[in-house]
Design a protein around this ligand. Sequence first.
Ligand code: PHE
Length: 339
Amino acid sequence: MLNKIKALQEEMDAATASTPEEVDELRIKYISKKGSINQLFADFKHVPAEQKKEVGKAINELKEFALTKINSLKEAFESGAAGTTGLDLTRPGEPVKLGTRHPLSIVKNEIINIFGRLGFTVAEGPEIEDDWHVFSALNFPPEHPARDMQDTFFIEKDPDVLLRTHTSSVQIRVMERTQPPIRAIFPGRVFRNEAISARSHCIFHQVEGLYVDENVSFADLKQTLVYFAKELFGEDSQIRLRPSYFPFTEPSAEMDVSCSICGGEGCNVCKYTGWLEILGCGMVDPNVLEACNIDSKKYTGFAFGMGIERITMLKYGIKDIRHFFENDVRFLKQFESAT
Ligand code: PHE
């Protein structure tokens, strides 16, 4: 009798079911009124008195085992964990993890929005350029050091095919095909043959601005930049313009914004000056307008150019420019809420 119980238990242990109907067959076979276990109970009366205790216990344990086994098979089908009949089309889907916007894209879009409110449209130009659009039309003298091999990536041996070193080339492309009024910004990627470090990279992004019309003055440039700084860095931001030099603007200036990290008090980000340099700007040189067949007697304009990496680093307190290009999700995930 004990052997029979043991054999039944092993048989049940190995039993499987591939449909709910098969589970029911197992239930009938083992635990229904006419099932094997009830049969054991019927045979129990023939067990000698001294074995009754042991055998009774074994049958009860077998019954318990059978109930658990059949219930767990049943549950597997009901929860959909087994077979296809458990398919429940009303169950919610598995959540798909969305990516996050890259911090450079977040800041670029913010810049586009700010200038959009001032009526600036967006245009783009090619990354692979020629000498005319990157240098000559922008009034770079033939021997200017920025044309030197150490700044510019040339493509193969042809000195007239190069990667643009700034987005100012798009000024030329736009002015060549459009007569004023022109009011647009040009976001894009630029390339410079520079050693990669925490502060500089051979690939980075700029946003260029250009406004050409009758009577555009330096005062217009300044007011545009004041508005931009307050929108991007906060209402309390101050700007200051320092005289500078670019071949394509005259006069030229560099703009500093009051340090948004210490509020101008002085900290290690602004090197205790209270100011952060963020862009170059100036009045479009008449030679540049003429190179694009725009009448420099009738029209004037201003232009500016800023680095998106630098502004993003200042805005979010990022200490190393290389983070932007490594695509480490632990870095990128931090900008989830800003998206
Ligand atoms: N192209 C300049 C640079 O890359 C920035 C600039 C743009 C300056 C437009 C003046 C006007 O540094």
